[in-house]
Design a protein around this ligand. Structure first.
Ligand SMILES: O=C(O)CCC(=O)C(=O)O
Length: 280
């Protein structure tokens, strides 16, 4: 595995990095079992993300372990991030023979001057539950687009603007030569900056491709007060209570990661469209 220093350097410069083998075999098996009924019950629901994307119901305590997974939190600390908070987890399943996901970025606050800083503020930790590659729908990234404008930014629609049936010839699907595929083994973590332009290959196989994607805030205490307040309104401790049925101390570990409640400060305004804080 690459050293935490190397991973930090890659996350800062390219906008993403891969930490290998962080999910132990036993939690991986428990998570595979936990997502199976969710995937099955959603099999006939309308497509979104050209597959299933759903907020985790957290009903299985494997999710509690995942949210506060000690090896992941340790890695973040070793990478230099000391005060990390959890926002949400999504199950993103690509059904057999499903379409690619379009290029997009996920940063919510492009009007905030800290949109331009090198340090990642909001990051995804993606846990692919099966070996994932070009054939079954791996992640694709355009390195360094978390801080640097790229022509693709000119054609990106925001999440609210993307129609469910975005045509396959839309430029948001363009096969760019500088795009990098990110194949992983089950149990690896992909860490990505929310500002990074990324997409995913289609699933050309007959098997599902499940992903558990968690959003985290890195070094919450260093965020500007307006950002802290915006996150507090959406995710602050007041909105999340660990379910009582989580076994043992699982809920306790998650409590340490909950975003502080609002303080009454002025909150940053949401704007998903990059502006002057994305370098040319
Ligand atoms: O499905 C994937 O592999 C990536 C999904 C993702 O990163 C996203 O939806 O933001």
């Amino acid at each position: 595995m690459n050293s935490p220093d190397h991973l930090r350097q890659q996350l800062f410069s390219a906008g993403y990095c891969v930490a290998q083998g962080l999910l132990g075999k036993s939690l991986l098996q428990r998570l595979r079992r936990a997502v199976k009924p969710i995937i099955k019950s959603n099999r006939d629901s309308p497509p979104s993300h050209f597959g299933l994307i759903t907020s985790c119901p957290y009903a299985d305590d494997a999710f509690a372990e995942l949210i506060a997974w000690p090896p992941a939190l340790k890695l973040l600390r070793e990478m230099g991030f000391e005060d990390n908070r959890w926002m949400s987890f999504y199950l993103i399943d690509k059904p057999p023979h499903s379409r690619p996901l379009w290029w997009h970025q996920d940063w919510l606050f492009w009007d905030d001057p800290t949109s331009a800083i090198a340090r990642p503020i909001q990051a995804f930790l993606s846990y692919y539950l099966e070996d994932t590659n070009i054939a079954n729908g791996c992640l694709r990234v355009i390195p360094a687009t978390h801080r640097q404008r790229h022509p693709i930014h000119n054609v990106l629609l925001t999440h609210d603007e993307v129609p469910e049936d975005l045509p396959p010839d839309h430029p948001m699907f363009e096969d760019l030569p500088e795009a990098v595929d990110v194949p992983v083994q089950a149990g690896d973590i992909v860490l990505g900056d929310a500002r990074l332009v990324h997409a995913a290959r289609g699933n050309q196989t007959a098997a599902h491709r499940p992903l558990l994607l968690g959003w985290y805030l890195l070094d919450f205490h260093l965020l500007s007060p307006p950002l802290q307040e915006a996150y507090a309104h959406a995710y602050g401790g007041h909105t999340f209570t660990p379910p009582g049925w989580w076994a043992g101390t699982a809920g306790e570990a998650v409590k340490n990661l909950v975003v502080d409640p609002p303080s009454g400060a002025v909150a940053a305004r949401r704007n998903r469209k990059p502006g002057i804080y994305l370098q040319r």
